[in-house]
Ligand binder design. Structure first.
Ligand code: GLC
Length: 648
């Protein structure tokens, strides 16, 4: 702790503003002392230092850490202060709840809001004390270069919104969201272990009911974050239970049609059923065998590792990640992805439908969404794996893969105006290692829309890169995760934000956010989706707009120092989402229409909104789901065959 203290002291720069500031320079969240505090400092130095530390504790801000000490970095984060959460040894004590599981299959919370959380949810004054409290302390972010404003403006706007009533409608939307979220809790032997995909009373079709009664691993991530960020009473218990339950499911033997899946595969979803013969709750898991297309979810394991870090970072409860079975679970996931094979790329080869886009959409190969999650999970695991003789080789492999993966993605997936022009002029059939056009991409394969879409200012990671194939589509998740994990360099993160601004109408439109852009139409839709009626143009995964993605955009905007962009998107969501019944997705070029087959009261639409709000209100929450830049990773250099090396 002492070294972290001295680091942080050295890093407290002066500022002419009168506030405590968040400073996003160098991808680190740092605290700056105000001029006013400085003048007080000479008189009351000790008090001021105490005050700063208090502010840090209150906002759970972490100081920059020694660059190469990741594990220590994780440990130096401040912890939840709620007295009833921390035991004498600093361990997390799970508050006892009187949650009851009705003895029904996949039981949703029987309490509704009054029994469980009604009282605690309706705490607007408490919210002011804690969540918005840090904003009231005028915690601000670095001004956004393009918007010319900062989070300070958000505070001012929030104050004026309060007086003109916007604030109260937004806070009643938050209250409604918490209520709905709590009613979607699923209990296993009286303990909350996850949330239902949706609580849509109108979804009567058998398939729909089947799907919504499940706890999807990826869907639970924003719910988990909302529970961790909740003020004044965070709810880490459900997150811990979820992590342990899914870990338990990972241990099952997974066989589909006589074929056994890898040991480390995590489920896509699970159900809680009541076995009336044994008179107890039992679990039923799906590893892809029941999914459309029978594809295993490659993203589940990565989200699991990322969430484990968020939980640890938020609670300071290291006992969970250090448990032998949790360490083993992490290793099994990593072994699946780090095994040697025929690959010549560090990216992970995937089947179509292996992620949030879980139907055929032409993302097979090396989709950015999975590559960014892979990178994020590797870096999180690097912080959490305990060093011992058994793990050291794995840790070395992780380090090597992180380096190679970041090089590959930063160089070959990156597209901006200059790079597009380079590709447009590519020569083909370059055989030797001196090739510039390494994947033999034929310039004629560049779709027309990219030339119009690409602004002079801005850029993004394209969807996929493989031999003679660049998928130029924009995918939001991959780009946001690249920012959060610092896979994107600072310049790239800024350019992604520029692109979102420049192409606001296309990517955000009337309802945030497009999962992918543009839509596949006509002939392409027939060939690529296999004529999927759910994925018709500008619908569902094919250019549909998903409110859940709001949390990812917000986190990425805060990380890139551009919270104003997120604020605009949140305002759009607030105009319709609750009135429309929290749909799963919207259709249309601008996202104007509620999705053709969208479920209502979709849990991750609800929790995605909550997380976005909780982060905008208290940007220090970002630390739970973001990693600072690893300075050891080389910056991209697009030189002729810079990556080529061969030793004898
Ligand atoms: C749909 C989505 C998938 C999600 C599931 C549950 O299948 O494509 O990403 O996990 O619904 O909401």
């Amino acid at each position: 702790m002492s070294s972290s203290l001295s680091d942080s002291e050295n890093n407290i720069p002066s500022t002419s503003t009168d506030e405590l500031q968040f400073h996003m320079d160098d991808d680190q969240i740092m605290i700056e002392t105000s001029a006013a505090e400085k003048s007080n400092a000479s008189v009351q130095q000790d008090d001021t230092t105490d005050e700063i530390w208090r502010n840090i504790e209150n906002s759970r801000v972490r100081f920059p850490m020694t660059r190469d000490d990741h594990r220590q970095g994780l440990k130096r984060s401040t912890t939840l202060k709620s007295p009833n959460l921390t035991g004498p040894e600093g361990e997390v004590v799970i508050p006892t709840t009187d949650h009851d599981s009705s003895k029904q299959s996949a039981s949703a919370s029987p309490m509704g809001t009054d029994g469980v959380g009604g009282g605690r949810d309706g705490e607007s004054s408490d919210k002011d004390k804690s969540g918005r409290g840090s904003l009231d302390n005028k915690t601000i972010l670095k001004p956004s270069p393009s918007v010319g404003t900062s989070l300070l403006n958000l505070v001012t706007e929030a104050t004026s919104a309060k007086s003109n009533g916007t604030e109260s409608s937004s806070s009643s939307m938050m209250d409604e969201a918490w209520e709905r979220l709590r009613s979607s809790f699923v209990y296993f032997q009286k303990k909350p272990v996850g949330t239902l995909a949706a609580l849509d009373p109108s979804a009567e079709a058998l398939n729909y009911n089947q799907a919504i009664l499940q706890v999807f691993v990826r869907d639970f991530v924003p719910t988990a974050l909302a529970c961790l960020m909740r003020v004044p009473d965070p709810e880490p218990e459900i997150v811990k239970n979820f992590l342990l339950k899914t870990l338990h499911l990972q241990g099952w033997k997974k066989t589909i049609d006589n074929f056994t899946l890898g040991e480390g595969v995590m489920p896509a979803s699970f159900k809680v059923m009541y076995d009336s013969y044994q008179e107890k709750d039992v679990l039923k898991a799906d590893f892809g065998g029941s999914a459309i297309g029978r594809v295993a979810p490659v993203d589940s394991g990565f989200w699991w590792i990322i969430l484990l870090r968020s939980y640890t970072k938020c609670t300071g409860d290291y006992t969970l990640s250090e448990r032998p079975e949790v360490q083993k679970g992490m290793k099994l996931i990593l072994n699946l992805c780090l095994s040697d094979g025929f690959d010549t790329f560090p990216t992970l080869l995937c089947a179509d439908g292996c992620s949030m886009i879980d139907r055929r959409m032409g993302i097979y190969g090396y989709p950015i969404e999975i590559q960014a999650l892979f990178f994020f999970a590797l870096r999180c695991a690097q912080q959490m794996l305990k060093q011992d003789s058994d793990s050291n080789r794995l840790i070395e492999r992780i380090e090597r893969r992180i380096t190679a993966l970041s090089y590959h993605i930063r160089n070959y997936y990156w597209l901006d105006f200059t790079q597009l022009n380079n590709i447009y002029r590519y020569k083909t059939e370059e055989y030797s290692h001196t090739a510039v056009n390494k994947f033999n991409v034929i310039p004629e394969s560049i779709p027309d829309w990219v030339f119009d879409f690409m602004p002079l200012r801005g850029g993004y990671f394209i969807g996929n890169v493989s031999p003679a194939r660049m998928d130029f589509r924009w995918f939001l998740i991959g780009n946001c995760i690249a920012i959060l994990s610092s896979l994107a360099t600072l310049a790239q993160a800024t350019a992604i934000m520029d692109l979102v601004e420049e192409r606001w109408e296309d990517l955000i439109g009337e309802m945030p956010l497009k999962i992918a852009y543009p839509a596949l139409e006509g002939y392409q839709w027939r060939i690529v989706t296999g004529c999927d009626p759910k994925n018709i143009r500008w619908s569902y995964h094919n250019g549909g707009s998903w409110p859940v993605l709001l949390w990812l955009l917000t986190a990425a905007c805060i990380k890139a120092g551009r919270p104003q962009i997120a604020k605009r998107a949140i305002e759009l969501v607030e105009q319709r989402l609750s009135k429309d019944g929290w749909p799963e997705y919207y259709d249309g070029k601008k996202g104007r229409y509620i999705g053709k087959q969208a479920r209502k009261y979709q849990t991750w639409s609800i929790s995605g909104y909550l997380v976005a709000k909780l982060m905008i209100e208290n940007p220090s929450n970002l630390a739970m789901i973001s990693l600072e830049e690893d300075k050891k990773i080389e910056k991209p250099r697009l030189t002729r065959s810079a990556s080529w090396s061969c030793s004898r």
